[in-house]
Design a protein around this ligand. Structure first.
Ligand code: ATP
Length: 580
C-alpha cells in the first residue's frame, strides 16, 4: 500500500505545475495586498484623526500618498484575487481531469475480468467523489499553507520591528493556529474523515444499485426496505458529517479566539507603548489590523487539515484501484502475428479463485480454420468461461490455447481482438444513435455497408419504422431497444467487423421463433468459412455447426457431429437445459 498517497497523487499534477506555481504567486500577492490594504487603511484613519487635532498638523498631513496606496492595494487585491481564482481553479480542474483519464486508463486493462469483481457504484464513486475531493490538496492545503507562512513572516517581522513583545505574543498565537491546531485537527479529523469517505461510497453504491434494480425491487415490494437501507447509510454519513461539523465549529472558534487575543494583546501593549511615548498612536491601529489580517490567512488551515484524512482516504482508494494487477498482460516481446485462424485448446483448466471448484478441466478442443463448433451444456457448465479464455480475457491455469500455432499468451491482446468478433451474453447498447452503435464494429463503414448489416441482422423492418432511421437515439435518454432488438444491433456490429473468428454467446437468446429462424439464416451466411464458437442452449442453432461439444461440470462430456451430441445430451442431466 502506498505510504504517502497524497504525494503520489500530487506527482500526477506535473503538467499543471507551472500553472499551479503561478496560482500560488497570485494567491501570495492577493494576501499581501489584503494585509497592506487593512494595515494602511487602519494607519491612515488613525493618523488622519490624530493629524486633524490641530490645523497645523492637518495641513501638514499628506493625505494623497496613503489614499493612493489604499486604492492601489484595493485594485491589486481585486485583480489578483480574480486572476488567482481563475488560475488555481483552472489548474485544479485540469489536474482532476487528468486524474480521471489516468483512472480510466488504469481500468482498461482490468476489463473485463478484474472489473467484474468491483461493484459498479463503487467504481463510479472513485471516478467522481474520490477524484473531486482531491481538489483540496492544492486549493485548500498547499496554497493556504504557503500563503499563511509568508503572512506570518511578514506581519511578524513588522511587529517585531515596531513592538517586540507584541510580536512574540502574535507569533506564538499564530503558530498555535497555523501549526498546532491543524496538526491536532488532522489527527482528530482522520476518523470522521475516513468515515465520511466510506459512508459516501456505500451510500452511492446502494443508490446506484437501487436505481438499476428498481423494477425488481418494486415487484418484490422490497423498494421500501431498500429505501430504509439507503436512509440508514445516509444516517451514518450524516453522523460522521455532524462530528466533522462540530470539529469545524470548534477549530473556527479557537482560531477566532486566538485572533482576538492577539488583537487584545497588541492593544494592551500598544496603549502602554503610546503612553510611554515609544510608539506613535496610529502604529497601534496598524499593528492590530495587521494581526487580524494575519489570522484571516490562518483560519482556513485547521479546517483544511481536519479534512485531510478524508482526502487521504480518497487518494488511497484511487491508488489501490490503479494498482490492481490485470489478470492478463501483453507479453514483453510479442510473437509475430500468426498465419491462419485455427484455435487449439490443449488440456485447458481454469478456476476463478483458488479453492473454487474448477470451472474448466482437461479441455481439448480444436476449432479448425473456418470450422463452426457449437458448445452445449447446462447452466454453469463452463461455456462462457471457455469463451473468456479464447478471447484471452483470462489465461488458463494449465494447458494452452494456440491461435495459428502461437500460444495466445505470446500474442498482444490487440492482435487477438483484431481477429475476433464477439457477441456477449449481455448486448451492451451505448447511449448514442443506432449508427453510433453499429460503427463500433466498423468505424469506416459507409451507408450501404451499414444497411446490408442491418438487413442481415434482421433489423431493417424495425429501423424502417423509426422516423430518424439509423440516426435514432437508443440507450439512455433515447429509445430503449427491446432485448431482441439490442441483440440484433450487437449482431449487426459483429457482422460489420468482418472478422475471421467469431465467438457468439447465445446469439438468439431473447428472440421469438420466427426471428430466431431469420437470424440463424443470417448467422449461417456470416459464419460460413470463419472459425466460429457458438454457445447455445437452443438446438435450432446446431444446424450452423459442423461439430459440437457438450459440456458438463467444466469438462467436455461428448464431442462429435451436432446431431449425435444432441442425442447424447438427451439422456444426461443436461437434457432439460438443452431442450427448448
Ligand atoms: N466471475 C466469476 N467468478 C467466480 N466464479 C465464476 C465466475 N464466472 C463464472 N463462475 C463459475 O464458473 C462456473 C462456470 O460458469 P460459466 O459462466 O462458464 O457457465 P456457463 O455454462 O456459461 O453458464 P450459463 O449457461 O448460465 O451462462 C460456474 O460454476 C460459475 O459459478
Amino acid at each position: 500500500m502506498e505510504k504517502r498517497p497524497l504525494r503520489a497523487i500530487l506527482r500526477m499534477a506535473r503538467p499543471q505545475r507551472r500553472q499551479m506555481v503561478l496560482g500560488l504567486v497570485l494567491a501570495i500577492v492577493t494576501a499581501l495586498a489584503g494585509i497592506g490594504l487593512l494595515v494602511l487603511s487602519g494607519w491612515f484613519i488613525a493618523a488622519s484623526a490624530v493629524a486633524g487635532a490641530t490645523t497645523a498638523t492637518a495641513l501638514a498631513f499628506n493625505f494623497t500618498s496613503p489614499s493612493a496606496g489604499i486604492r492601489g492595494f484595493a485594485v491589486l487585491r481585486t485583480g489578483s484575487r480574480y486572476a488567482e481564482r481563475l488560475v488555481t481553479h483552472d489548474a485544479t480542474f485540469r489536474f482532476l481531469a487528468g486524474l480521471r483519464v489516468w483512472l480510466f486508463r488504469a481500468a482498461i486493462p482490468l476489463a473485463p475480468a478484474r472489473l467484474e469483481e468491483q461493484r459498479g457504484g463503487d467504481l463510479l464513486n472513485r471516478m467522481t467523489a474520490d477524484v473531486d475531493s482531491l481538489d483540496a490538496i492544492y486549493l485548500r492545503v498547499i496554497v493556504p499553507s504557503i500563503v499563511a507562512g509568508i503572512a506570518v513572516l511578514l506581519v511578524g517581522g513588522v511587529l517585531l520591528w515596531l513592538a517586540p513583545a507584541a510580536a512574540a505574543i502574535v507569533v506564538v498565537l499564530a503558530l498555535l493556529v497555523g501549526i498546532a491546531l491543524p496538526l491536532a485537527m488532522r489527527r482528530i479529523g482522520a476518523a470522521p474523515g475516513q468515515a465520511i469517505a466510506a459512508a459516501t461510497a456505500r451510500l452511492r453504491t446502494r443508490i446506484v444499485e437501487g436505481v438499476q434494480g428498481l423494477a425488481e425491487l418494486k415487484v418484490y415490494q422490497a423498494d421500501g426496505r431498500h429505501a430504509e437501507a439507503v436512509l440508514g447509510d445516509n444516517e451514518t454519513l450524516m453522523a460522521a458529517q455532524r462530528r466533522m461539523a462540530r470539529l469545524s465549529g470548534i477549530s473556527t472558534a479557537l482560531s477566532g479566539l486566538a485572533g482576538q487575543l492577539a488583537a487584545l494583546a497588541i492593544l494592551a501593549l500598544g496603549v502602554a507603548g503610546v503612553a510611554a511615548g515609544v510608539l506613535p498612536g496610529p502604529a497601534v491601529a496598524l499593528m492590530m489590523l495587521g494581526a487580524l489580517a494575519l489570522f484571516d490567512a490562518l483560519v482556513p488551515l485547521p479546517l483544511a487539515f481536519q479534512n485531510l484524512g478524508r482526502t487521504r482516504a480518497a487518494a488511497r482508494r484511487l491508488l489501490d484501484f490503479a494498482a490492481l494487477e490485470p489478470l492478463v498482460r501483453d507479453p514483453a516481446t510479442p510473437a509475430a502475428a500468426p498465419v491462419g485462424n485455427t484455435l487449439v485448446l490443449s488440456d485447458v483448466a481454469y478456476r476463478y479463485r483458488p479453492g473454487d471448484r474448477p470451472a474448466l478441466t482437461g479441455i481439448d478442443l480444436v476449432l479448425a480454420e473456418g470450422q463452426r463448433v457449437a458448445v452445449l451444456g447446462p447452466s454453469g457448465s463452463g461455456k462462457s468461461t471457455l469463451a473468456a479464455l479464447i478471447l484471452r480475457f483470462r489465461d488458463p491455469d494449465a494447458g494452452s490455447i494456440t491461435l495459428g500455432g502461437t500460444d495466445l499468451r505470446a500474442l498482444p491482446q490487440a492482435e487477438i481482438w483484431r481477429r475476433v468478433a464477439y457477441l456477449s451474453q449481455r448486448s451492451q447498447i451505448f447511449a448514442g444513435t443506432i449508427r453510433d452503435n453499429l460503427l463500433i464494429g466498423a468505424p469506416e463503414a459507409d451507408d450501404a455497408t451499414l444497411a446490408a448489416a442491418v438487413e442481415a441482422a434482421g433489423l431493417a423492418g424495425w429501423v424502417a419504422t423509426l422516423p430518424r432511421g439509423l440516426d435514432t437515439w437508443v440507450g439512455e435518454a433515447g429509445i430503449q431497444a427491446s432485448g431482441g432488438q439490442a441483440r440484433r444491433i450487437a449482431l449487426a456490429r459483429c457482422i460489420l467487423k468482418d472478422a475471421p473468428i467469431l465467438v457468439l454467446d447465445e446469439p438468439t437468446e431473447g428472440l421469438d421463433g420466427e426471428t430466431e429462424d431469420q437470424i440463424i439464416d443470417a448467422l449461417d451466411r456470416l459464419t460460413a468459412g470463419r472459425t466460429t464458437l457458438v454457445i447455445t442452449h437452443r438446438p435450432a442453432l446446431l444446424r450452423l455447426a459442423e461439430s459440437a461439444v457438450l459440456m458438463a461440470e467444466g469438462r467436455i462430456a461428448v464431442q462429435g457431429v451436432p446431431a449425435d451430441v444432441l442425442d447424447a445430451a438427451l439422456p444426461v442431466r443436461a437434457k432439460r437445459h438443452v431442450a427448448v
